[in-house]
Design a protein around this ligand. Structure first.
Ligand SMILES: [Zn+2]
Length: 808
């Protein structure tokens, strides 16, 4: 799964026993659910979907094997809203059942023996709380939104639409037989067995004939066009709305190459009968349903590729990686979810590195590092919890660095083949490394997998010119200030992290390197026999260790490193140091040089961003040059930094970029900078921006935010006209209302009677989050005044509920 906003859901399912260490809890099956049968196969037949009542007809035939002698009751998960009409055995004899909440108990006619196979069918009228298990979507007067249904099983939601064992530690094969309207497609897992249209209805039968986990059972029903591709004879299909079909190929065409690269790296050939990617509305990002990934319907247009869309760069390769990590080998429980998500987040960087070189690989993990620090600052946790995506990716990249490519991939191959079509916990991965390389990484798992945090290295340097010796003192200053979570579980931060790292010292006679082990709270490293005073000192050359680094170095060392060090994380760190020295001409010169001449765009972009603290005389020439960069990311950064500098010259540069640059990102940045540089004169620019379409509304959103900045309430009618398929205009109306514009609030209120229910919901959200967020009393008084005039029953009720909540 990959969310556009990072996943923050707690993943621990039970309170731990106090006596056990976190390592034991995570490494073993403490959080794995017990049950007394082995689920073998389910045939899931669904039809008669009704969008008004979010219902359908279901018939599920389950085959399972008893794992207990005298097994007289079978406990399945089944949503309470599913109304069973009959439950019968293979011969058609009705079976006694019981329902308790979301549980179904089936009593076999006679107790089963250990190893007996049982088959029974459940016939039911299915109904869902929309969004639980199945999401029903109607067009609702919106653009780009065909009527559709999609399922979402992870973590425990598939039992809301069919009875099953809803936990990841039991794999089964299955069939999905879906009858839909003639104009609709139904995409599910595995091989397409048949596709028959009769009497205005279309029945598709899909067969997932290799076992996988039940949370990966998937169904998408929508009017979709199919774009066919293949990899080594395996169908690779892209399903999009008909209106998007021309955008499918540019977005998805790398999929076969990705499949080939992942197969090659892992040594495990793509394991499923086909690979489908289907795009749907209102999806949170992507979900790796086995052989049938579901993705959000944000297909980039041609110009959007200038800005390296997340969809192509992260989302597609992330979900594909899950076909090995998550679907082929599955975490036994959600406490070990990093085995799914850490790998899925790790693999795209491997793909980009293999296809585009070392800098592309480093670039990917620099971004993961930034995400990691952002999350860790809020809640530092080990990988069993909410930081599993970036920390998982970074720890795996560090492990690859430590083991080297061959030993790393051999270990991964062992892990995937040992647990093929089955489950695993964190310790299984450690054992795979041990089996493949002979090396016991108990210490690595203890520090990096089972505990929280990362080393914060505080380094000081002293050079003895007589002895020509450099002494480095390295302190680990991380502290353990973590508090127990709501379950009483407390993770520890190691006092000492252990890792090998390399020190590189630049000298007049060339670089000298020294490899050391980081293994103490404080340690001193000496590098003797230098040819002369150091010209730079790199601590952790090649960025082999996940860390934070404090090292107060002379600007000259930093400047030398910036031109000599090829590692992008190291460069990013140097640039950050230089950014804090705006009064230092040498620092400005080093950044200006990197902004214009660095050999990779990310370094140029970061140098450009870092110039925002420098005087105009230093910054403007470099930023002006950066506006001609071939990379849209660099030009975007240049315009943003220019916004901090300000002035007429900046306004002229921004105006040119706004009218001539092909990148949406650059034009959005130009608009922001222009509004900032000439706030009194921005009206026409903002009005034009409101009417400029762009991928994911980047330019319109920039205009809306700028309108808030300059408080231009003469544009309210234009803002209001955008309330059709965007939420942000409603939030802007609420924000301007909070700042005193009654007209903005009147416009907002009118949308409580919008004929489109989606818009009415968004309007209440604008009330709740934006208006009440800045002026609760105003939100209450406005809502009180509006609620009686609401004509739609659902919205009136929701408004009343919100009012009550705000008044609490
Ligand atoms: Zn994922």
């Amino acid at each position: 799964m990959r969310r556009t906003l990072l996943l923050l859901a707690a993943s621990l399912v039970a309170a731990p026993l106090a006596a056990q260490s976190n390592a034991e809890l995570m490494a073993n099956d403490h959080y794995t659910r017990s049950h007394d049968y082995d689920l073998i196969h389910q045939r899931i037949v669904v039809s008669n979907f009704n969008w008004d009542s979010t219902s359908f007809d279901g018939l599920v035939t389950t085959t399972l094997v008893a794992l207990r002698p005298g097994l007289d009751s079978l406990i399945l998960d089944e949503g309470a809203l599913l109304e069973n009409t009959t439950v019968a055995d293979r011969a058609g004899h009705a079976l006694r059942t019981a329902r308790h909440g979301d549980t179904l108990v089936v009593f076999p006619a006679a107790p089963a023996k250990f190893g007996d196979t049982l088959v029974f069918s459940v016939t039911y009228r299915g109904k869902v709380k929309n969004g639980s298990g199945l999401t029903y979507i109607t067009t609702d007067g919106m653009k780009h939104r065909p009527r559709q249904i999609w399922s979402q099983g992870e973590d425990h939601d598939n039992h809301y639409w069919f009875p099953t064992y809803d936990f990841p530690n039991d794999k089964m094969t299955w069939e999905v037989v879906a009858t839909v309207d003639q104009g609709d497609m139904a995409v599910s897992n595995g091989r397409l067995v048949s596709d028959v249209t009769r009497g205005g209805k279309r029945t598709l039968t899909w067969s997932q004939d290799r076992p996988s986990a039940t949370y990966l059972v998937s169904l998408v029903v929508a009017p979709l066009a199919k774009i066919h591709d293949s990899w080594e004879g395996i169908p690779v299909d892209y399903y999009t709305y008909h209106e998007d079909s021309a955008k499918a190929w540019p977005l998805f065409h790398e999929t076969p190459d990705l499949i080939g690269v992942y197969s090659q790296l892992t040594g495990v050939r793509y394991p499923w009968a086909k690979y489908a990617q289907s795009t749907v509305a209102d999806f949170f990002g992507g979900m790796e349903n086995v052989s049938a990934t579901t993705l959000v319907d944000w297909l980039p247009d041609q110009a959007a590729y200038l800005d390296r869309p997340w969809y192509q760069y992260v989302l597609i390769p992330h979900e594909l990686a899950h076909q090995w990590f998550g679907d082929y080998v599955t975490t036994n429980n959600w406490a070990n979810m990093w085995l799914n998500e850490g790998f899925a987040e790790f693999m795209p960087g491997q793909y980009w590195g293999l296809r585009k070189g070392a800098h592309a690989e480093q670039d990917y993990y620099v971004d993961e590092y930034r995400q990691y620090l952002r999350i860790d600052a809020r809640r530092p946790m080990p990988k069993g919890s909410n930081n599993i995506y970036p920390k998982g990716a970074l720890v795996l990249e560090m492990l690859k660095h430590y083991l080297g490519d061959q030993r790393f991939w051999a270990s991964i191959h062992t892990y995937l083949t040992t647990h093929a079509l089955s489950g695993a916990t964190s310790d299984d991965l450690r054992q795979a490394v041990l089996a493949a390389t002979g090396e016991n990484l108990d210490w690595f798992w203890s520090e990096w997998v089972y505990q929280a945090g990362y080393p914060t290295l505080d380094v000081t340097a002293a050079y003895d010119s007589t002895a020509r010796t450099l002494s480095l003192t390295i302190k680990q200053t991380q502290t353990d200030s973590l508090k127990p979570d709501s379950t009483g579980l407390k993770f520890t931060v190691p006092q000492v992290f252990t890792m090998p790292l390399t020190i590189r010292v630049g000298t007049p006679a060339g670089d000298v390197t020294r490899r050391i082990w980081l293994d103490a709270r404080e340690q001193t490293v000496t590098v003797p026999g230098l040819a002369g005073a150091p010209t730079m000192v790199i601590v952790d050359d090649g960025n082999a260790v996940l860390k934070a680094l404090t090292f107060d170095e002379p600007t000259a060392w930093l400047a030398t490193q910036l031109t000599h060090d090829s590692d992008l994380w190291d460069r990013a760190w140097v640039i950050q140091q230089l950014n804090h020295r705006p009064a230092d001409a040498a620092a400005g010169a080093a950044l200006a040089d990197a902004a214009l001449h660095a050999d990779y765009f990310l370094t140029r972009q970061m140098a450009v961003e870092a110039l925002d603290t420098f005087p105009a005389a230093v910054a403007i020439p470099a930023l002006q040059g950066a506006l001609k960069d071939t990379s849209a990311a660099v030009r975007t950064a240049a315009l943003t930094s220019l916004g901090s500098v300000g002035g007429d010259q900046v306004a002229a540069l921004a105006r040119t970029a706004l009218t001539s640059d092909p990148s949406y990102g650059v034009r959005a940045a130009a608009l922001r900078t222009l509004a900032r540089a000439t706030p009194g004169d921005a009206h026409a620019v903002l009005l034009a921006g409101l009417h400029t379409p762009s991928y994911q509304d980047q330019i319109q959103s920039a205009a809306l935010r700028a309108i808030y900045q300059v408080q231009d309430t003469t544009l309210l009618a234009a803002v209001d006209s955008l309330v059709a398929d965007q939420q942000l205009p409603l939030h802007l109306l609420a924000a301007l209302g909070a700042r005193g514009s009654v007209h903005a609030l009147d416009l907002l209120d009118a949308h409580l009677n919008d004929p489109r229910s989606t818009i009415r919901q968004w309007t209440l959200q604008a009330y709740q989050f934006t208006l009440a967020g800045s002026d609760k009393a105003l939100a209450i008084s406005r809502l009180k005044g509006a609620v009686d005039g609401i004509r739609y029953v659902d919205t009136k009720k929701a408004a009343g509920d919100l009012l009550a909540e705000l008044q609490k």
